[in-house]
Ligand binder design. Structure first.
Ligand SMILES: [Zn+2]
Length: 172
């Protein structure tokens, strides 16, 4: 019905969902709401689409984080070693892949990929795995760290989303 809405595959986790173009570092990817947090939306309809306005938004959010008010965001993010945790959890519980897949609604190949760290489970799948295996996959992270967490290693202190965006624009 709505020609604006595109249903396709989230390039981060493979979920079939409504996706939008996002910028991850210098790379453009189609992300669903599931993984939107890992990138910067390129066509956010309600926001001014300039890098400057996005950076201002991030700075405002960073300021909010330092002042302890009700807007403080506590968010959960996938741990870096999620694959090893799933593997250990599954082995400890001695659950076969197909049995686990049935319980968490994932396919066996997906589970293999997750254990090898090649596929990031969606939030929903991560929660199901946590519940089924008695493990922790989602941990609280600082909002500003989460903006790059898991995708771009925060290798250099002082490298901000703004820098990444500038870098990405130079390459275009
Ligand atoms: Zn996704």
């Amino acid at each position: 019905m709505n020609p604006q809405r595109t249903t396709s595959q989230c390039e981060m986790c493979g979920a079939v969902t409504a996706t939008r173009r996002h910028l991850l570092g210098a790379t453009e990817m189609l992300l669903g709401a599931c993984c939107s947090k890992y990138g910067q939306p390129l066509d956010a309809p309600a926001k001014q689409g300039t890098a400057a306005s996005r950076q201002q938004g991030l700075e405002r959010r960073a300021q909010r984080m330092t002042s302890k008010d009700i807007y403080q965001e506590e968010r959960l993010d996938l741990v870096a070693d999620f694959g090893a945790r799933v593997k250990h959890g599954r082995e400890r519980k001695n659950i076969a892949y197909d049995m686990l897949g049935t319980k968490v609604q994932a396919t066996v190949p997906q589970l293999h990929k997750i254990e090898r760290g090649e596929l990031r489970p969606s939030d929903k799948l991560a929660k199901a795995l946590e519940r089924e295996l008695g493990i922790t996959l989602m941990e609280k992270v600082e909002a500003d760290a989460a903006a790059v967490g898991g995708v771009t290693k925060p290798s250099k202190a002082g490298l901000t989303i703004g820098d990444l965006l500038k870098d990405a624009m130079k390459k275009k």
